[in-house]
Design a protein around this ligand. Structure first.
Ligand code: NAD
Length: 238
């Protein structure tokens, strides 16, 4: 059975946990140019700089805690197992620490390491270094297990299948500027799902949703999730 509810989350859901977003004023891209730290070409040019950037992100994640928005989604899954799937663009593990289990990290996880030479994966040490050897093949080609611009997001087949079969699609805390995630609303809507955006300010694709709720995630997500959990299944919205 496909999940009835698919929830796309972005950096905004973790903002109140103290993890910076990318595109808001004072966001991470202001200090760290995207082309330098989040592309394969940037990594080839200067792997030490890229590791420095993700080492700092990893430290921030380890120091942070799930907030009321992560917890509301986890409670939903605990209450109705199998009903919801979270597809997150976030590389933190705050959904899992809140208790969510059905989570797809389409952009990878900063707490994971990947060997660019042999594809092995293992838990990242707190600090990664360009000279670290892969534990499987020994090549000094280790990188954070995150998807950079220009790379294919993970598990797109499973995501596409879930979007095609869901009844409710919600996007929380995402700017709608990163593809293919920004196109998920179109996909879910074409399949007949009701589409709701929850964000601090309208995203670039807000006009494609049936409903937009504005405010900080910790305030608007718990109320919305509680209301949706109590709702009987709806006919397709079209
Ligand atoms: P983004 O930075 O482009 O946009 C953030 C969005 O969150 C904006 O629309 C903003 O209005 C909204 N927002 C900010 N504070 C909010 C709050 N308190 N409550 C609700 N919404 C809030 O982020 P994005 O759309 O996720 O896309 C960019 C990429 O950033 C993704 O690929 C992701 O991997 C990466 N990213 C991840 C993290 C993380 O893992 N926590 C942090 C920063 C960036």
């Amino acid at each position: 059975m496909p999940p009835r509810v698919v929830i796309l989350t972005g950096a905004g859901i973790s903002a109140e946990s103290g993890l910076g977003t990318f595109r808001d004023a004072g966001g991470l891209w202001a200090d760290w140019p995207l082309a330098d730290v989040a592309t394969p070409e940037g990594f080839a040019r200067n792997p030490a700089l890229v590791h420095e950037f993700y080492n700092a992100r990893r430290r921030n994640v380890l120091d942070s805690h799930p907030n009321a928005a992560h917890e509301a989604l986890a409670m939903w899954e605990m209450d109705r197992a199998g009903e919801i799937l979270i597809v997150t663009q976030n590389i933190d593990d705050l959904h899992e620490r809140a208790g969510s289990r059905a989570v797809i990290h389409m952009h990878g996880e900063v707490l994971g390491a990947l060997c660019a030479a042999c594809g092995a994966r293992w838990p990242a040490p707190e600090r990664m270094d360009p000279a670290d050897p892969c534990p499987a093949c020994r090549a000094p080609a280790t990188r954070p297990d995150v998807v950079w611009f220009g790379e294919m997001p993970y598990r797109m087949d499973a995501i596409e299948a879930a979007l095609s079969g869901c009844e409710l699609f919600a996007a929380i805390g995402t700017s709608g500027q990163v593809w293919p995630a920004a196109g998920f609303v179109e996909r879910a809507r074409a399949a007949g799902a009701r589409c709701v955006e929850l964000n601090l300010e309208p995203s670039a694709v807000a006009h494609r949703f049936h409903e937009v709720r504005l405010g900080p995630a910790t305030r608007i997500v718990p109320d919305w999730a509680a209301a949706e959990r109590g709702r009987p299944p709806q006919p397709a919205a079209g």
